[in-house]
Write a protein that binds this ligand. Structure first.
Ligand code: KG4
Ligand code: ZN
Length: 477
């Protein structure tokens, strides 16, 4: 698949980055299992073609030598605690890397945020974001290895996000991952960013089994997914225009909030001071009895409310306003948040109903993605879930926003099913064409969930992850 270039504004200035690092440890739970899952060996991603590409693999190595050996055509014996995977994430505005053990132990997690850049330029400009990633990627990966007290030689594989996201940004992470994998002869695992947001819940909650329902809410996506199994997803709903994170970010900007900590967190904080019933915004898409989302109209309602109160949306820092005006802004923030989340609640109610009809054994709703770190969102969705006799699984905020752990963990999940590519050539040219998937659906659309309200943005979509995996599995039979 060709690397496509996006139109991008001129580079304006070098960005200032800050490096948030944390060393997170979860309990070590040694798991040793003999993998004989259905349909194994499974799909292998290939960087250029989509054909199975790793048939010759007979052993997986790691720090302690060979940890997985193919004892027959379909049987792997694996020691989970001996597998160590580096995850790299550069799909949008965070440069992240983490090292995770096969049993879910997080050995390190490093995130370099471009929030500062975002606050100065008002959004993610692909060319600037690419430069930002390029500036810090080596440092971020090195720090993840150092914090884990490991070197590349100790790794079993490298996992990297290949989509969806901005091509220019994805390419930085993919190049780095392939350089390491080529030099140290490591398998490479291509990761779907939204699958990673969903699957990280299985690292946090070890008992979370398929099937489950997932609401994935971020800056670019609003997805309701029925997860039947690893790599097997049905899309119950998506946004027909903007995602909720985009609406939070725009509203925060118009209200003059400090965007350096991110629009969403800043708005959540201000909303605590406001009256959520002060302004009557209407809940989107009530006439459509489906699970799709829309936030563009709510954004327009907010803008009109701001203008009708004579609040400026330009040069309007909240730090320089009167207490009366601050109160007005807080009311708008709280009213926006209430309706934005009511829309989520209503769609989740319907999705639970649909999902229970399709898969009555579902017990959990996973809520993940950057917006899932919002406390109000969590509390409200918890009510919905409890009312329906389900359990809410919501990763901690540091694993909801973009991070390398979710990529490493998703790599681990696929690795243990035998889905990975062989090491690239050590001398692979820097300008190679990589398989980047900027527009890549996670699953197939639920046919009975289709309605009149649909996105027109359907051009240049990559086949979904689920269809690729199922197609390859059929080829293997
Ligand atoms: O998943 P994520 O880190 O990146 C994408 O894949 O887009 O999500 C980023 C989005 C941003 O729009 C950000 O403002 C939002 O998540 N977000 C929040 C909160 N924390 C992050 N939105 C509302 N409340 C929060 N506390
Ligand atoms: Zn994300």
């Amino acid at each position: 698949m060709a690397f496509s270039t996006l139109a991008s504004p001129l580079w304006l200035s070098r960005s200032a980055f800050f490096l948030k690092t944390s060393l997170l440890h979860s309990g070590t739970r040694a798991l040793t299992r003999r993998f004989t899952g259905p349909g194994q060996p499974s799909t292998f991603f290939s960087p250029i073609s989509l054909k199975p590409s790793f048939k010759h693999l007979s052993a997986i190595r790691s720090a302690s030598g060979i940890v997985a050996q193919k004892s027959s055509d379909s049987e792997w014996s694996l020691a989970r605690e001996d597998v160590v995977i580096l995850g790299i994430e550069t799909s949008c505005d965070d440069t992240a890397a983490a090292v995770v053990r096969g049993n879910g132990e997080i050995l390190s997690q490093v995130v370099s945020s471009q929030a500062d850049l975002l606050s100065r330029y008002g959004g993610v400009a692909p060319k600037m974001a690419e430069e930002g990633h390029s500036l810090v990627i080596n440092q971020v990966v090195q720090q993840a290895l150092d914090n884990a007290k490991l070197t590349e030689k100790n790794l079993s594989a490298v996992a990297v996000t290949i989509g969806p996201g901005l091509s220019l940004c994805l390419r930085v992470g993919v190049c780095k991952a392939r350089r390491i994998a080529g030099k140290f002869s490591l398998p490479i695992i291509s990761v779907h960013h939204m699958e990673a947001h969903a699957l990280v819940a299985r690292l946090v909650e070890k008992d979370l089994q398929f099937p489950f329902l997932a609401l994935l809410i971020s800056g670019g996506h609003n997805l309701l997914i029925l997860a039947h199994g690893l790599g097997h997803y049905v899309q119950l709903g998506t946004t027909i225009d903007d995602a909720i994170g985009e609406a939070y970010d725009k509203t925060a900007r118009w209200l003059g909030l400090d965007m350096r900590k991110g629009g969403g967190p800043a708005l959540e904080e201000l909303a605590r001071e406001g009256d959520a019933k002060a302004i009557k915004f209407s809940i989107p898409m009530r006439q459509h009895k489906d699970c799709n989302f829309s936030y563009a109209g709510l954004k327009t309602q907010v803008r009109i409310a701001i203008e009708s109160k004579n609040l400026s949306v330009e040069n309007n820092s909240i730090s320089s306003t009167s207490s009366h005006e601050r109160r007005l802004r807080a009311d708008i923030a709280a009213s926006f948040q209430r309706v934005a989340v009511l829309h989520l609640e209503e769609r989740c109610e319907r999705a639970i109903e649909w999902a229970m009809n399709i898969e009555p054994s579902i017990k959990c709703l996973v809520v993940s993605g950057g917006v899932a770190s919002n406390q109000y969102v969590r509390t409200r969705l918890n009510h919905v879930v409890e009312k329906n006799g389900l359990q809410l699984v919501c990763p901690p905020p540091s694993l909801c926003t973009d991070n390398g752990v979710m990529v490493a963990w998703t790599g681990i999940e696929h690795f243990f099913c035998g889905r990975f590519d062989p090491p690239p050539r050590a001398d692979e040219p820097k300008d190679s064409m990589f398989d980047l998937r900027p527009r890549w659906p996670l699953g197939e659309e639920y046919s009975q969930g289709k309605s009149g309200a649909r996105s027109l943005k359907r051009a240049r979509l990559h086949p979904s992850l689920t269809s690729i995996i199922q197609g390859s599995a059929q080829q293997q039979v």
